[in-house]
Design a protein around this ligand. Structure first.
Ligand SMILES: Nc1ncnc2c1ncn2[C@@H]1O[C@H](COP(=O)(O)OP(=O)(O)OP(=O)(O)O)[C@@H](O)[C@H]1O
Ligand SMILES: [Mg+2]
Length: 235
């Protein structure tokens, strides 16, 4: 872990929003945890957060969205709930942290909505991008790491992880609603992600997440290091 050379950002009221994207089970949370540990070691001010969620209200919305006991949610209602959680998250967590000059590592953001609701649920990108402009002030990450992986292997990993997790009350932690979707759904999600990456190459960096976690970590370290050095040199 030592030996990485991250500059501490100069005092600034503009931090960096770095988002992590990819299919269920591709390793986003694993990699965010590892990256955060390295950044903290380097005294970089970091905030780790996630979507949907990240605020008390957002976590309640997360439960509605991810719990497999939620039945019959229309795709548009699902889209609206994702953005309700996001708008709250931006105003009460992300923007204040950026104003303090923090590096915000966010597990999923609007690209997830474009990929899952736009691609997976076939709503298309237009409503997602329009809502992002209206409800989120069009806030764009300075860097998005898209962890590309095989749909079947990733989702199976996520299912296994969810089966083995338990809540403090002893009941299984049910965040399985999306993982019940079929392979075609996740192929549409993956393709939608790749379309976003091709459309916005300056923001989105595709990282191969098929290998061991350490190999993915090394790729992410390099990408983030380059981005933060550039940011430090331009402020
Ligand atoms: N590179 C890897 N190779 C094998 N297993 C991995 C790798 N990275 C993570 N895992 C394991 O796969 C499972 C899913 O990883 P993780 O929870 O980080 O994925 P995620 O992208 O955050 O999933 P979700 O979208 O469902 O939150 C975990 O059990 C984790 O330990
Ligand atoms: Mg996760």
């Amino acid at each position: 872990m030592l030996g990485y050379d991250f500059p501490v950002p100069p005092h600034s009221d503009r931090g960096n929003l770095i988002t992590f994207e990819g299919l269920d089970g591709c390793g986003k949370s694993t990699q965010i945890e590892r990256l955060a540990a390295v950044l903290i070691q380097q005294s970089v001010p970091v905030l780790v957060t996630r979507e949907p969620g990240g605020t008390p209200t957002g976590e309640k919305i997360r439960q509605v969205l991810l719990d497999s006991s939620t039945h019959g949610l229309s795709p548009m209602a699902e889209l609206a709930l994702m953005f309700a959680a996001r708008a709250q998250h931006i105003s009460s967590v992300i923007q204040p942290a950026l104003a303090e000059g923090r590096i915000v590592l966010c597990d999923r953001f609007t690209d997830s909505t474009e990929a899952y609701q736009g691609g997976g649920r076939k709503l298309g990108s237009d409503p997602v991008l329009a809502l992002h402009r209206i409800l989120c002030g069009d806030l764009q990450p300075s860097l998005t790491i898209l962890m590309d992986s095989d749909a079947t292997a990733s989702v199976e990993r996520a299912r296994r992880r969810n089966r083995s997790r338990a809540t403090p009350s002893g009941t299984p932690n049910d965040e399985n609603r999306f993982e019940q979707e079929n392979r075609a759904f996740f192929e549409r999600v993956r393709n939608a992600y790749l379309v976003i990456a091709a459309r916005e190459p300056h923001r989105v960096v595709v990282v191969d997440a098929r290998g061991p976690a350490e190999a993915t970590h090394q790729q992410i370290i390099q990408v983030v290091q380059r981005k933060l050095k550039l940011a430090a040199n331009t402020t």
